[in-house]
Design a protein around this ligand. Structure first.
Ligand code: M6R
Length: 350
């Protein structure tokens, strides 16, 4: 049921702080992590981790790579499931595979899993549907407790997947992080941001008549840019690209026209100035700049400011304005927000 919300997507966006708290309840008890010990041992013994997924779940995988590599210093590769299935790269013999799928039914991943099992690789599925095919057929499964996700555009499952990867990586690491505090703080920051979204709607109304839009970012913010662009294009049909901020000038900047919105995501000090100067490069070609950033990095004229959270958890927060931008763009253009054209909730054909 949609309750007070006009669409499932808006309801699911607003559920996200609760989803973070629910996943904490599921896996963290008195600051210790409750995850199957043989899964943790297998992950520890592996020499390399491969993450396979599609669409939004693949973007969560890219964020997960950064989290895992930062916390446990083990190499992680992220692959698009449909590519991996038929263009399999060279695999480290001591590899461990993590499959991420909200539905647990995505055909591209099922093909990958069948092949991996034939070769005796160890597999974990991270999913929202613990009774799904992928969850049943992989060696291990972890549930993300996001609750049923009805809108085709995935929102709450994405943040839950990232939180799950953070909890899993923390369980394998020896870093001293107060995980309960950091996740609760993130949930609170999400809630505070969602209390007032009218400025996002105003921003969207101002720039809705555009054919193209760009999200740019570096590092974690690049992953968020990819996800932000997918959200906007899949429900508003505005052509949107997510781009590595520094790569834009190597060709794609040619697409910037007068009044093309370019949205920069900036959540780390180390990339703040570089990304801002990439944004300036687009402004001198006529772009309208929009900045999504954190309190500690804000500068005059920034449009959307979020509270500071643990540096590995910023993607859970910076995606919120992008989800709302997508929602309001689709709303203003009068489209079927929860059921965009040409798309199904779960893609069960290859
Ligand atoms: O159920 P899955 O997570 O395996 O689905 C993967 C993609 O089909 C899915 O994330 C898709 O990209 C969404 N429509 C994005 O909002």
């Amino acid at each position: 049921e949609k309750g007070i919300f006009e669409h499932f997507m808006l309801k699911e966006i607003h559920e996200q702080p609760t989803v973070i708290r629910r996943i904490m309840k599921g896996y963290i008890h008195d600051s210790s992590i409750n995850i199957n010990q043989s899964l943790l041992n297998d992950l520890k013994q592996s020499s390399r981790i491969y993450i396979l997924a599609a669409g939004t779940s693949m973007h969560a995988g890219i964020v997960g790579k950064k989290i895992i590599e930062d916390l446990i210093k083990k190499p992680v590769e992220v692959h698009i499931a449909s590519e991996f299935a038929y263009n399999t790269p060279l695999i480290d013999p001591n590899a461990f595979f993590i499959l991420i799928s909200q539905s647990g039914e995505t055909a591209d991943l099922r093909t990958c899993l069948t092949k991996l099992k034939k070769q005796d690789y160890k597999t974990l599925t991270i999913t929202n549907v613990i009774t799904s095919t992928l969850a049943r057929e992989s060696l291990y499964a972890l549930e993300i407790f996001a609750g049923p996700e009805i809108a085709v555009a995935s929102t709450k499952a994405y943040v839950a997947q990232i939180a799950m990867l953070f909890i899993l990586a923390y369980a394998l690491s020896d870093k001293a992080i107060d995980i309960q505090y950091e996740l609760s703080k993130t949930a609170q920051a999400m809630e505070n941001f969602l209390l007032s979204d009218s400025h996002i709607r105003d921003l969207v109304v101002k720039y809705i008549n555009t054919k193209h839009a760009f999200y740019i970012g570096r590092g974690m913010d690049y992953a968020t840019s990819l996800e932000a662009a997918l959200k906007l294009k899949e429900i508003s049909y505005i052509h949107t690209e997510g781009f590595a901020a520094g790569e834009l000038k190597h060709g794609t900047i040619a697409l910037i026209e007068d009044k093309t919105p370019v949205i920069a995501i900036i959540s780390h000090e180390s990339i703040n100035l570089n990304t801002r100067s990439n944004l300036e490069e687009t402004v001198s070609r006529g772009a309208i700049p929009i900045v999504i950033t954190l309190e500690s990095l804000k500068s005059d004229g920034d449009d959307i400011i979020l509270e500071d959270v643990h540096p590995l958890l910023t993607p859970i927060l910076t995606i919120l304005p992008a989800q709302l931008i997508a929602y309001y763009a689709s709303y203003e253009l009068g489209y079927d927000i929860d059921k965009p054209r040409n798309l199904a909730k779960s893609v069960t054909v290859e």
